[in-house]
Design a protein around this ligand. Structure first.
Ligand code: NDP
Length: 328
């Protein structure tokens, strides 16, 4: 057994939390030899619900779950955190403009960034799931000046997994045979899922992308709008697959990506591929277990580049809006 790892989960009483916490308790986040101490953060009105979730976690008698504590104060919730899963966020309300949404989320993620800065363990790593995830991660990271920026990332793993599933179907192979998928840009409908560098069994993504109608009118919109399609079909959002993607993200970040493959995550740009410094942008990344490294040297044709540029332009606009609101 390794020493226990402290995992803080925000929005713990929500739908994603309801999948994520049980899988974390079962050892799927950090492995079957790592005990976990859970610290749950909720807004005061949802603390009672979080208490109910904690009762169910008790009832699972998970061998790897050391403790569950519930807080409504971020400073206490992030005390000693080695991993932070920032799930709780303010959803877009009716008639809410983007600036209102960013402001409402700034009021959540700026104090959480400060709490992480002041109270988390020195080795803390943060995954932001709550939307708008890239900008929320930017706000949290910018408010945690003592924590290295590379310890923050935002989730595009669900988009990545969705893209793998769609390419596998198109190529007629099992999803386990798809490698080197990449999501570029913002976790929004402007994201660009790049098949050109992917491999599906013994075929290259570039070969499969020759079916231009499939690429442009099926693959890209299906991946980018999958969340809406799931809401329409099940009357509720894609919580289980979002929780699954968060587990995948953290497992690869700590355990390393498989050799010969990579994954996707939004990380702090330091100028890779011409993306402006200090944007939380999704790239293809590998992990050696210690941190993410952006995959270098991929070349894009005009079709891909135009779409990547559009998503980066959206991230730049969001950053300007966040800056204008004084959140970073
Ligand atoms: P969910 O648990 O379903 O979702 C939480 C966040 O994850 C939302 O921002 C949601 O974005 C985002 N998300 C990212 N990917 C996905 C995906 N594939 N499918 C669905 N959501 C995705 O929300 P709930 O409303 O059920 O629960 C949120 C909880 O957070 C509540 O209990 C609330 O009290 C809490 N909260 C806690 C805060 C805190 O700890 N300080 C602050 C704010 C809220 P999207 O909105 O785009 O669906």
């Amino acid at each position: 057994m390794t020493p226990p790892v402290t995992v803080t989960v925000t929005g713990a009483a929500g739908s994603i939390g309801y999948s994520l916490l049980f899988r974390t308790g079962a050892g799927q986040l950090l492995g079957s030899d790592t005990p976990v101490r859970l610290r749950l953060l909720e807004i005061p009105s949802a603390v009672r619900v979080a208490e109910g979730v904690a009762m169910e976690l008790d009832d699972c008698a998970f061998p790897l779950l050391d403790s569950v504590d519930i807080f409504d104060d971020p400073r206490q919730a992030f005390e000693g955190a080695n991993v932070g899963l920032l799930v709780g966020a303010r959803p877009r309300g009716k008639g809410m403009e983007r600036a209102d949404l960013l402001q409402a989320n700034g009021a959540i993620f700026a104090p959480q960034g400060r709490a992480i800065n002041d109270a988390a363990a020195d080795d803390v790593r943060i995954l932001v799931v709550g939307n708008p995830a890239n900008s929320n991660a930017l706000i949290a990271a910018s408010n945690a000046p003592d924590v290295p920026k590379e310890r923050f990332s935002a989730m595009t793993r669900l988009d990545h997994n969705r893209a793998i599933a769609q390419l596998a179907k198109h190529a007629g192979v099992h999803q386990s045979q798809v490698r080197r998928m990449s999501i570029w840009g913002n976790h929004s409908t402007t994201q660009y899922p790049d098949v050109f560098h992917a491999l599906a069994g013994d075929r290259t993504g570039a070969e499969l992308a020759q079916d231009a109608a499939w690429l442009e009118h099926d693959f890209i919109p299906t991946v980018a709008r999958r969340g809406a399609a799931i809401i329409e079909a099940r009357g509720a959002s894609s919580q289980a697959s979002a929780a699954d993607a968060a587990i995948d993200h953290v497992r690869d970040w700590f355990g390393g990506t498989p050799s010969g493959d990579w994954t996707s995550a939004a990380v702090w740009s330091t100028g890779h591929y011409g993306v402006p410094d200090g944007l939380m942008c999704s790239f293809p990344v590998t992990s050696d277990g210690k941190g993410w490294t952006v995959v270098d040297g991929l070349e894009h044709g005009p079709f891909s580049q135009a779409r990547i540029d559009a998503s980066i332009a959206e991230l730049v606009e969001e950053r300007e809006a966040v800056r204008a609101l004084g959140l970073i």
